[in-house]
Design a protein around this ligand. Structure first.
Ligand SMILES: Cc1ncc(COP(=O)(O)O)c(C=O)c1O
Length: 384
């Protein structure tokens, strides 16, 4: 994107929707091979990539469902014109569910109490609610514990019989599908099968969904009726141990050099003087810092792509700026700096940042919703 005066922005994340379409196409094809449909998860503003843009691209690429956490996330997609099946699954007790039910949003419940609240919303909306009953099969987070499950299932069956609800699905979420051969995956699958059988015994005929990205990629036996990939849709691999899968990262974080200066040997650089120029050198100032999503914990531990190669960021990461050591190479103010990208040219990746920081790439990209960082969307293959 260009700013109003025609120059590229100071700092931007560039979202490649063609990459999203490519990734979702791969995932939906895997799911379809098992006879499953695909719900792409766009919570947290599409993991930082832009929920509406990603939802549209995902639906073009073969997804038929969209998933979010919160009612507001779902309603915002509806306001933007996304009409596909849409599930929202994390609510607080006193929310008003009526607007979401009116807007055709499917709702998940994890307890008989939550079911009551949702049914009250359905009465206010004057129409039945489409329910997904969430079983806690071992993640012990959201989801109904097995002791309460028969009560939830009975109450849902009653609501279906009275025409207040349609029970669309029984579902659950996996705790450790990204770990090779973690026994909890099969344990959860077995508990899920029991929960589903109990729902059927109560007269319900729901579909089943369980698989997140790791399970979409490594456990076709768990694809069931619908899969729910998030991170892999954005081109980030949650199971690098299992292969490459042809995913393409959709987010690039880039900025522009604000100032270039020649500095003599022996000068301390940035707050605290933690790095001293070992020789006369050229430093490039990049106007992005921890307020823009460059973690301060990467101080002295990161590189950027600048002028056709990787170069070290030296001294501390500040709130607004970082310094890059360019040696004697000619670097020009205004040059493009890639902080992380696809890695195709050798530039750093979100995975590399995560590895250095001891975290996961999910946290890196979803943390890139920053007021001072422009989001630019590339959408060459959009359907017209
Ligand atoms: C309930 C639920 N389903 C699916 C996903 C997608 O998971 P992933 O991004 O690992 O594919 C998430 C994300 O954490 C989730 O909370």
């Amino acid at each position: 994107m260009k700013t109003q005066d025609g120059t590229p922005p100071r700092a931007e994340i560039v979202i490649d929707l063609d990459a999203v379409r490519h990734n979702v196409g791969l995932l939906a094809e895997r799911a379809a091979h098992s006879g499953a449909a695909t719900m792409v998860v766009v919570k947290a503003d599409g993991y930082g990539h832009g929920a509406t843009d990603v939802a549209r691209a995902a639906l073009e690429a073969g997804a038929t469902w969209i998933g979010v956490c919160h009612l507001e996330e779902a309603l915002s997609l509806r306001r933007a014109g996304v009409t596909a099946r849409l599930l929202s699954w994390l609510h607080v007790p006193d929310e008003d569910f009526a607007p979401a039910i009116t807007a055709d949003v499917d709702l998940s419940v994890s307890s008989p109490r939550a079911l009551e609240a949702v049914l009250a919303g359905a009465h206010r909306a004057g129409r039945p609610v489409r329910l997904h009953l969430k079983a806690d099969t071992g993640l012990t987070r959201n989801g109904c514990p097995s002791a309460q499950w028969p009560e939830l299932v009975e109450a849902a069956a009653k609501a279906e019989a009275t025409g207040d609800a349609e029970v669309v699905a029984v579902w659950s979420h996996l705790a450790s599908a990204d770990e090779p051969a973690n026994p909890s995956v099969d344990r959860q699958a077995a508990r899920f099968a029991t929960a589903y059988e109990q729902a059927r015994a109560a007269g319900l005929r729901p579909i089943r969904h369980l698989a997140n990205s790791p399970a979409v990629l490594t456990r076709p036996d768990l694809h069931l009726d619908l899969v729910r990939p998030g991170i892999a849709s954005y081109g980030l691999n949650p199971v690098p141990w299992a292969g490459d899968f042809g995913l393409r990262p959709a987010m690039t974080f880039r900025a522009r050099v604000a100032l270039v200066k020649r500095v003599p040997a022996g000068e301390e650089v940035s707050y605290g003087g933690t790095w001293t120029t070992p020789r006369e050198t050229t430093l490039a100032l990049v106007p992005t810092g921890y307020a823009d999503g460059v973690p301060r914990a990467l101080s002295g531990r990161m590189e950027v792509w600048l002028g056709g190669r990787r170069r070290p960021v030296v001294g501390r990461v500040c709130m607004d700026q970082i310094m890059v050591d360019c040696g004697d190479d000619p670097v020009v103010e205004g040059d493009e700096v890639i902080l992380f990208g696809t890695g195709d040219r050798g530039e750093p990746t979100a995975q590399e940042w995560a590895d250095t920081l001891g975290t996961i790439h999910y946290e890196i990209v979803s943390g890139m919703v920053r007021p001072r960082v422009t989001r630019t969307v590339i959408n060459r293959g959009a359907r017209r």
